[in-house]
Design a protein around this ligand. Sequence first.
Ligand SMILES: Cc1cc2nc3c(=O)[nH]c(=O)nc-3n(C[C@H](O)[C@H](O)[C@H](O)COP(=O)(O)O)c2cc1C
Length: 163
Amino acid sequence: MSKVLTIYSTSHGTTESVANRIHESLICVHKEIVNIKNLDKNISIDNADFIILGTSIHAGAINKSISKFIEDNMSKLKEKNVAIFLCCMNEPAEQEQLYKNFPLELIDSSIACSIVGGEFIFEKMNFVEKLLVKKITGVKGSISKLRDEEIDEFVSKINYFIK
Ligand SMILES: Cc1cc2nc3c(=O)[nH]c(=O)nc-3n(C[C@H](O)[C@H](O)[C@H](O)COP(=O)(O)O)c2cc1C
């Protein structure tokens, strides 16, 4: 029976909500979910044989703790099954952002690797973030562009693999 650990980072809660949705849809009994902020304190990755990594893009980059986690644990990750999902809003650049931020060998060996869209949640942005998002994207209020079908497909691939 697979032991699945979902590790995510989030700035305004979007990746967290997608991670929770994925976690809740997994058919396995042994599953845990953790914000990367709490990883060292509570949970070791050694007990898991399947790792789901979820993060978002801000200013072209994924969360630094996720990058460091991948760098520090690359040899362990190679021995496990890995699935990656990425939240972002710059659709034309999404593939480039994925390949810039994750090692190619991790993407290539992953069971599933999905770009699931994202959200702009203005109520959770600080003044500078609001200004930047308005200036760069022209978007002036909260919007969700989460790709439900992509998320469902991501879950299906994992469930098929762990069943
Ligand atoms: C200040 C800011 C910068 C962002 N920069 C990018 C970016 O460079 N590329 C992109 O695709 N999306 C960008 N986004 C969109 C985020 O990836 C999107 O809002 C995502 O849903 C955030 O998820 P989170 O709340 O879990 O961090 C940016 C969002 C904000 C608020």
